[in-house]
Design a protein around this ligand. Structure first.
Ligand SMILES: [Zn+2]
Length: 279
């Protein structure tokens, strides 16, 4: 399975010369199996770059099929939706799957609101030319998709919950834990341990450098060490720090990787926009 990070930034997109190496777009991750089956996780602004590439393939001809999983509907994870061009081509079939937000609104009405006229000229999901289905699931469910088996779990994110994923394809496991804060970063929750057990790659929220965390405790995000502790306990083979703070320059992220690598035998990288990983 191949994984490509299209957006790795949290909260809001950044631009500027200090952000060129790791990238400024918000979260979107593409997974492709050896047989060419594709799965997208999150529709942050990074998804718009993937969209350009997809338009040169069957998606440009209205023959594309794409399942999309959402971790949650905070804006940095869905801001690319109104600009994801495969939605505008008739014939494409796109499924958007996620848990209902805890606000009491359904996933569908939340995404519908994003396209309301005061936010977007699209004026509603029904105006997207592609076939678009919005499907909600209860975290804990296992989702079977062409080429992928996905185990889901709810994890705490400040005052709400997000969905974490254990994605199995081609006999490999990728675990995605974005936007998560455990009650203690030194003690990952059992559902996170279960999802990450023996993972070939663990992608984990690392919004805060360890030395910044105490000032930001309770904001719903993890310090870098939370991913390390989980990776070690779960026996994950590699850790990718993800959901970088918009305040974190390339040099600051390098430093976090250096410090984090020094405390563990698990190989640690920082997710970088546009980079491929062969899992
Ligand atoms: Zn986020």
């Amino acid at each position: 399975m191949k994984l490509r990070f299209w957006g790795v930034r949290g909260s809001f997109a950044m631009s500027g010369r200090e952000y060129l190496r790791y990238g400024g777009n918000t979260t979107s991750i593409e997974l492709v199996t050896d047989a060419g089956k594709r799965l997208l996780v999150d529709l942050g602004t990074g998804a718009t770059e993937l969209a350009k590439q997809l338009m040169g393939s069957e998606f440009g001809k209205g023959q594309g099929v794409l399942p999309i999983l959402l971790t949650h509907t905070h804006l940095d994870h869905i801001q690319g939706l109104p600009f994801f061009t495969p939605f505008f081509i008739k014939g494409n079939e796109i499924r958007i799957m996620g848990a209902n937000p805890i606000s009491g609104l359904s996933l569908e009405s939340t995404l519908q609101n994003q396209l309301a006229p005061h936010y977007s000229p699209l004026n509603g999901l029904e105006n997207l030319a592609a076939g678009v289905s919005i499907e909600s699931f209860t975290p804990g469910a296992t989702i079977t998709l062409p080429g992928f088996e996905v185990v889901t779990a709810a994890v705490p994110h400040g005052s709400m919950w997000t969905t974490a994923f254990r994605i199995v394809a081609d006999g490999k496991v990728v675990t995605l834990l974005s936007d998560v804060e455990y009650p203690s970063p030194d003690d990952p929750l059992p559902q996170a341990l279960a999802l990450a057990q023996g993972a070939d790659l663990l992608v984990h929220d690392a919004m805060h450098a360890d030395h910044d965390y105490e000032l930001r405790r309770g904001w719903g995000h993890s310090p870098a060490r939370a991913g390390v502790i989980l990776a070690e306990r779960a026996g994950a083979k590699k850790l990718a720090l993800f959901h970088h703070s918009p305040d974190a320059t390339d040099d600051m992220i390098d430093e976090v990787v250096q410090r984090t690598s020094a405390r563990t035998a698990v190989p640690v990288i920082a997710a970088a926009e546009g980079s491929y990983l062969e899992v």
